[in-house]
Design a protein around this ligand. Structure first.
Ligand code: DOR
Length: 449
């Protein structure tokens, strides 16, 4: 029987909850309408995915869209352009922007700037601060908000909640999972004298050492238990935090970044200088191996890019006045596909870390898997394509990537969001049409089905 589908994806291997198998996927009104051996006769558009693998849309749950040289409005266009070129279908943006996202006005401003400019679906974090700690419970429920983010150690921007009393007040206001930047501010201040008068950037992981991360992670887990609150601990960088986090899986989920899985000290600082500077820092091989072990053992729930572009000029200052962070939203998936091909990751694990994990952590409505009734978000990849990461391909305005020049195996060939082909073979054929992500904990009353 001919169905009036809007789109039919045929000929590909499709990753559903049942595993990888040849199938066609039908889309109607932005949702997945059917999966199986389907007749293309009734579809308005057919996407031939022969030779390709259709994955659930990749969700990057940690980006900072602060594109150098661009104003507020263009930022979101450029950042999300990079996202969809890299196969990412939804992004969660961090609050340490200027102005910081600490109230409803700042959140609504971001949402209105994203309308008609964002290429992918999106949600924004509210940053915790002393002045809004008691209002977080209301703020976290605003439409378009993915939750609260707490910086326990200072990084880019001024957001910081360092003392136990304010942390406990923040954790006691609201119910959704709270995202944590876990570095201990007191220890960061004590140790800053090691680098204050100038040092080589390879001292970054010495200043912000393992103990800085460990102490903070232990503290926040204890406070979370006191408050009865779930956490998501972002960008874990030490092997030593993994067993602690494994012992706290009832309260805490775990993120690692592709940078920490791919780069290691001292090589990254020798090769890239301050371009390799980020918070928490890239550490040595022992820690990188510990993060992979965390992935292998299932302790890690998600990979987020921590996309944080800073210009070459800013990065050319003398350390420690150089900003921390590197672009990454566009290279997240190519790097993970390369790790997959190198045998460090299986495809089910990659899917869990890039889509299902994000859904589970944040209770995202209708995303994170290929199943009937879910949003028709797909990242279509060629698992065997060998491609170089080139400056031409990179969209971030910072104009560099720590991975430029690297040849990877595995490449995003198309990004499909709610049934719209947003990116195909490095081109963006349509208009930016991203919408706010919805969450099951905060579905608006009277939501249309
Ligand atoms: O290196 C980083 N840069 N880590 C962060 O936590 C923040 C980010 C930024 O916003 O620049």
């Amino acid at each position: 029987m001919a169905e009036n589908w809007d789109l039919l994806i045929t000929g590909g291997e499709v990753f559903t909850p049942a595993g990888l198998a040849p199938a066609a996927v039908a889309v109607k009104d932005g949702r997945i309408a059917d999966i199986g051996d389907l007749n293309p006769g009734g579809a308005a558009e057919v996407f031939d995915a022969s030779g390709l693998t259709v994955l659930p849309g990749v969700i990057d749950t940690q980006v900072h869209f602060r594109e150098p040289g661009l104003d507020h409005k263009e930022n979101l266009e450029s950042g999300t352009r990079a996202a969809v070129l890299g196969g990412v279908t939804a992004v969660f943006e961090m609050p340490n922007t200027s102005p910081a996202t600490i109230d409803a006005a700042a959140l609504n401003d971001k949402l209105s700037r994203a309308r008609g400019r964002a290429w992918c679906d999106h949600a924004f974090f509210i940053g915790a601060a002393a002045e809004n700690a008691d209002k977080l419970g209301e703020l976290e429920r605003l439409p378009g908000c993915c939750g609260v983010k707490i910086f326990m150690g200072s990084s880019t921007g001024s957001l910081l909640v360092a003392d136990d009393d304010t942390l406990l007040a923040a954790l006691s206001s609201g119910t959704r999972r709270v995202a944590i930047h876990s570095e201990d501010e007191e220890r960061l201040r004590e140790r800053f004298e090691l680098v204050r008068d100038g040092a080589n950037v390879d001292q970054h992981p010495v200043w912000r050492d393992e103990e800085t991360a460990l102490r903070s992670t232990r503290r926040i887990l204890k406070l979370a238990r006191k408050a009865g609150r779930r956490l998501h601990v972002l960008h874990i960088t030490t092997a030593d935090e993994m067993p602690i986090l494994a012992a706290n899986k009832d309260v805490a989920t775990v993120e690692v970044t592709p940078q920490h899985l791919t780069l290691a000290a001292p090589d990254c600082y020798e090769r890239l200088g301050s371009l390799a500077q980020m918070n928490p820092p890239i550490r040595d091989e022992r820690h990188r191996a510990g993060l992979w072990e965390g992935i292998r053992r299932g302790i890690v729930d998600v990979v987020g890019s921590d996309h944080a572009p800073h210009s070459r000029e800013e990065k050319a200052a003398d350390y420690p006045r150089t900003p921390s962070g590197m672009p990454g939203v566009q290279t997240l998936l190519p790097l993970l596909l390369d790790h997959l091909n190198a045998g460090r990751l299986t495809l089910p694990r990659l899917v869990d870390l890039t889509s299902a994990g994000a859904q589970r952590i944040y209770n995202i409505a209708r995303k994170g898997r290929i199943a009937v009734g879910y949003d028709a978000d797909f990242t279509v990849v060629d698992l065997k394509a060998r491609r170089e990461i080139t400056g031409d391909w990179l969209a971030s305005q910072c104009g560099w990537s720590p991975f430029e020049g690297m040849t990877v195996t595995g490449w995003p060939m198309a990004t499909i969001i709610r049934g719209q082909i947003v990116m195909r073979e490095d081109e963006l054929p349509g208009e930016p049409a991203g919408v706010p992500v919805q969450f099951m904990e905060t579905l608006p009353r009277g939501t249309a089905g």
